[in-house]
Ligand binder design. Structure first.
Ligand code: NDP
Length: 321
């Protein structure tokens, strides 16, 4: 693998989920020799999920990490250079754009594809943060097996909560789903799968007021928001957050136009951002669909947009590796 430091690339892709790796695949096949910085979670959110049953082309389903390995392999086969690293600084005030990786290595880009995705949200309770990794987690796939024959709580009422709760019944003796309303927003099929599972109990209209325990989780305090009554579940040892996601776009605050929750705004049915030469795809710019297949589709669009834009806006004396 050649040294990227100080060099200028036609396309730098930031992020390595379905959007980033599809952008890399298309850019590589267009002879743009993209470099991909994989970020803190190479492969993105799907590496923390189990079965993916809704990605076309896998009639029997596929494990999330395996699918992302396939994405990466396909992109690198055509010359995408995927590597560990976090882009920590971006200067788009002049072309080629300047980027810094891991706070120390500088490189330049004629165009940038932002595919930084989104991350799990936390409730923001002090004890939730204190006990993170000690029973509090946002990844059932990663941590579920630690809770064999134990009682765990899943917070949330979306598809993630359904999926994680159902998955956790493989290990846990009991799974209590805590949801703040009296109905789930999850798809009907996933709700039904949950209701059919005898290990699951649902606490409706309820929130977690506190996570209990000194060094590890030893219970949760719930509050029913309709009755105002609090209740302690003393035997709970695991708390799984499944309350949605936040886009990973802090790096571009003040640079790229975003909505009030931080999702990058793209221009009418394209992946163009307000900065010429910077394109955005995947969950970083989509709070509506948020599916692997839509992320991959927008990654493809970003690469095509970047390719066309580069043709129309050549930079002289580009030195590619
Ligand atoms: P969602 O935003 O769909 O759901 C979040 C859930 O958490 C909601 O029920 C919400 O409650 C609740 N919630 C949000 N904030 C809080 C809070 N502070 N305290 C308590 N509860 C809270 O996120 P998901 O991660 O479930 O799903 C995201 C997207 O990914 C969706 O489009 C989903 O369809 C998709 N997905 C698809 C899967 C599949 O098809 N295999 C698997 C997983 C996700 P309320 O309902 O009251 O707003």
């Amino acid at each position: 693998m050649s040294n990227f430091k100080g060099k200028t690339f036609k396309v730098v892709v930031i992020g390595s989920g379905p959007a980033g790796l599809t952008a890399a695949l298309y850019a590589a096949r267009a002879d743009l020799a993209p470099i991909v910085f994989e970020g803190p979670e190479p492969g993105g959110q799907l590496t923390t999920t189990t079965d993916v049953e809704n990605f076309p082309g896998y009639p029997q389903g596929v494990m999330g990490p395996k699918m992302m390995q396939d994405f990466r392999e396909q992109a690198t086969r055509f010359g995408a250079d995927c590597r560990w690293g976090m882009v920590t600084e971006v200067d788009t005030t002049k072309r080629p754009f300047r980027l810094v990786v891991d706070e120390q290595h500088e490189l330049f880009a004629e165009s940038i594809i932002v595919a930084t995705g989104a991350s799990a949200k936390w409730m923001g309770l002090p004890n939730e943060q204190r006990l993170r990794g000690k029973g509090v987690t946002a990844c059932a796939t990663c941590d579920g097996a630690f809770f064999r024959n134990e009682h765990v709580v899943v917070i949330g009422g979306g598809d993630t909560a359904m999926e994680e709760a159902t998955f956790l019944t493989k290990f846990a003796s009991k799974v209590t789903v805590v949801h703040r309303r009296d109905e789930f927003r999850a798809s009907k099929v996933m709700q039904q799968r949950l209701f059919d599972n005898p290990k699951v109990e649902v606490k409706w209209d309820s929130v977690v007021e506190d996570v209990l325990g000194d060094n590890v989780v030893q219970g949760v305090q719930l509050k029913n928001i309709k009755t105002g009554k609090s209740e302690i579940l003393e035997d709970v040892t695991g708390v799984f957050l499944a309350i949605g996601h936040k886009p990973n776009t802090d790096l571009f605050k003040g640079v790229l136009d975003m909505d009030e929750t931080g999702y990058i705004q793209t221009i009418a049915k394209t992946t163009y951002t307000n900065v010429e030469g910077v394109f955005a795809c995947g969950d970083a710019q989509d709070h509506v669909y948020r599916q692997a297949v839509t992320a991959a589709g927008s990654g493809c669009m970003a690469a095509i947009d970047a390719e066309r834009w580069l043709e129309e806006h050549p930079v002289e004396a580009t030195q590619n590796v």
